[in-house]
Design a protein around this ligand. Sequence first.
Ligand code: NDP
Length: 275
Amino acid sequence: MAILDRYALFGHPVAHSRSPWLHARFAELTGEGLSYEARDVPPGDFDQALAEFLHGGGKGLNITVPHKLAAYAAVDELTERARRAGAVNTIAVTPGGLLGDNTDGAGLLRDLEHNLGLALHGMRILLVGAGGAARGALGPLLDAGPAELLIANRHADKARALAADFAGAGPVSGGGLEAAHGPFALVVNATSASLHDEVPALPGDAVDPGTFCYDMAYGSGPTAFMRWAADRGAAGTADGIGMLVEQAAESFALWRGVRPPTAQALAELKRQAGA
Ligand code: NDP
């Protein structure tokens, strides 16, 4: 029997991750032979787990919370988008060493533009949150050519610092949640508030009937932010399942040189989530 190329997800916790299902489905859909497992790697154990994985012949990794910065430090080479994001969510084992990439932002853009049909060019966009996911999204969002991008965060200083880091990449500014006055064509929630069934304390006019509202978080059914936006008559809402699928497809393409078709896997995952 042929030995399959080995891939894995390192994170903590990983028990509920959909990545093993997604990559197995991508392998079926593309005819690629590979194995993929989720491995619970406690904080502080990343370097040792990486060494063991490589010793065992592993070909590539996905990395999630809390190891994206450790992965950034561990690789030999970074893609430009990983360098901009300041974090690594994908490692490919190459003849030249470990290549670190970040596919989160590209996954978000692909979901917004391709799956949801939004044209970001010329939009006034609000990005809520200033953590790792917001940083990863910022470069690709600015590359799409918005008229204006405002970052709003509970701790306003973090939003201002993030905006300053990307000042050369487009019309971006940062501030507190209370200052995020609409109208916005697109609001992207990159906070973890929905994971606790909470909604960021945005002003009432941040969302109106012309606003599409996207939550990077996902679960079973609409998130707290999606429900809040729908109550305000938002033009449309979406959760982050599409981003999850698209960032996984980007990783798969980096590893295997073939981009899996995502529409079918996304539809199946949504059915599983009861969406
Ligand atoms: P971080 O911990 O790095 O950042 C959390 C952010 O959320 C901070 O800006 C924090 O604000 C803000 N926040 C948390 N709770 C609240 C609240 N109650 N009200 C307002 N702001 C709040 O997390 P990440 O950036 O890694 O992840 C953010 C979200 O993105 C998560 O829901 C995660 O699941 C999702 N995600 C989805 C992906 C996908 O593929 N769909 C990929 C990656 C992430 P402050 O700085 O003021 O504390």
